[in-house]
Design a protein around this ligand. Structure first.
Ligand code: HAM
Length: 427
């Protein structure tokens, strides 16, 4: 028996009846992102593995456990050094540097939409191939709390524009401070956690030295209870960083954007500094983050580019669709369906449908003769605005019958009078 293939675990087909919903989200995103001044950028689906390791951090879960590396059968190629992109930011920064965008503009506002790949254990809302719509604002002019607030407002606005009511999601906000503040923060955390080390899960005991921040967002119950008892405050922040964060909060308030400060929000990627945020939809269960982002002041320079600031975010489209609770959206109605009453008229309907499409309308027909009933069923399924019926009798008279499906009115139109037909279809 022939093997029946199916999608790899953690990947899905997006079927034609689902695609209208995707197009709708994409169109709304493009419109809104361009109103905020973002232009689209498309980068390869794979990059050098080292780019991801250097940007997200060797100790991040993604780099440690989730990279889908490309293997080649040919040892001579360097493809073993490539990995499918787990996120967009690193590649955008690589492109920003490679294409000297800093020399062309003081602020590059870039957006992307496309698949990302992470070798995670699949579950509801967690896939190995998923899609993000994201935006990055990079450049010397990007270091402003107004931009932080604008980026956050944009991600919230995207969700409400998709139709998700604001009550269904929560905006969590935190600041990690500057690179120096992060150092003090990690020292502060180690001091506080030192005496609780035995109570942490084995992963977090490891993280204590490698990446102490990650202990703060560990899902393990014991770790959570240790973290809940920590005396977190912003004492490790410099005055400058504290003032910056206050300005971000004030700018959000001026736009009436509700947020909650969550000091355990540290995000799993090393590149973040200062403002970090996450938008959660509690109804989604354990994988509840609809999107997230933050500022990354050092990344561009760290990857060999100029010392410029940057901030961005990405939304997970599959999770947004889960939150919207929609799987399908009706297709656009078709303008006309051609119904053939006789084998001999198929070729006429074939040519007519072609001419109607040339004139700018959508058209469909049954390519094999079926009963009138089955052809009318097709017209109903496609939500035809009009049906054109052609049989031997009509052909002999040199006409087609045009039926308006909204009021049932029928009229005969000369078969070669395309101008009249087009006039009718326009109504
Ligand atoms: P992230 O938090 O890793 O951030 O991912 C952003 C969003 O992508 C998540 O909130 C979630 O909605 C979606 N997502 C992530 N992993 C999966 C998965 N396995 N299955 C389904 N959806 C998933 C980033 O990727 C950063 N690059 C965001 C950013 C941009 N920060 C600054 N600029």
């Amino acid at each position: 028996m022939n093997k029946i293939f199916s999608t790899p675990r953690g990947t899905t087909d997006i079927l034609p009846e689902e695609i209208a919903l995707w197009h709708d989200l994409e169109a709304k995103s493009r419109d809104l992102l361009s109103r905020f001044g973002y232009r689209e950028i498309r980068t390869p689906l794979f990059e050098e593995t080292e780019l991801f390791a250097r940007s997200m951090g060797q100790t991040s879960d993604i780099v440690q456990k989730q990279m889908l590396q490309l293997k080649s059968q040919n040892d001579d190629t360097d493809s073993a050094n490539f990995a499918l992109r787990p996120e967009g930011t690193a590649a955008i920064v690589r492109s920003y540097i490679q294409n000297d965008l800093d020399k062309k503009e003081a602020l590059s506002k870039l957006f992307y939409a496309g698949p990302m790949f992470r070798g995670e254990r699949p579950q509801k809302g967690r896939l190995r191939q998923f899609h993000q719509i994201g935006a990055e604002a990079i450049g010397p002019n990007s270091a402003s709390p107004f931009l932080d607030a604008e980026v956050i407002a944009l991600s919230v606005k995207l969700l409400t524009t998709y139709g998700l009511p604001q009550e269904q999601f929560q905006l969590k906000l935190n600041t990690l401070g500057s690179t120096q503040d992060k150092e003090s923060f990690s020292f502060f955390l180690r001091q506080q956690l030192k005496s609780h080390l035995q109570a942490l899960c084995p992963d977090c005991q490891n993280r204590f030295e490698r990446n102490v921040f990650r202990i703060l967002d560990c899902k393990n119950r014991d770790c959570k209870s240790v973290v809940a008892r920590l005396n977190l405050d912003y004492s490790y922040l410099s005055d400058e960083s504290r003032q910056y964060f206050t300005q971000v909060c004030e700018a959000l308030e001026s736009l009436h954007i509700k947020y909650e400060i969550n000091q355990t929000l540290v995000r799993g990627l090393d590149y973040y500094t200062h403002t970090v945020f996450e938008i959660a939809c509690p109804a989604l269960g354990s994988q509840d983050a609809l999107g997230a982002g933050g500022r990354y002041s050092g990344l561009v320079a760290q990857l060999g580019g100029p010392q410029v600031d940057a901030i961005g975010f990405a939304l997970g489209i599959e999770r947004v669709l889960l939150a919207l609770g929609k799987k399908t959206q009706d297709d656009k109605p078709i303008d006309v369906v051609f119904v053939s009453l006789d084998e001999s008229v198929l070729k006429h309907n074939f040519m007519l449908s072609h001419q109607v499409r040339e004139a700018g309308f959508s058209a469909a027909m049954s390519y094999r003769l079926g009963s009138m009933k089955s052809q009318m069923r097709l017209a109903d399924k496609l939500k035809a605005r009009y049906v054109i019926i052609l049989g031997q009798d009509e052909l002999n008279k040199g006409v087609v019958t045009l039926k308006n499906m909204s009021d049932g009115q029928q009229e005969e139109i000369p078969i070669f009078d395309l101008t009249l037909l087009v006039q009718r279809l326009k109504i």
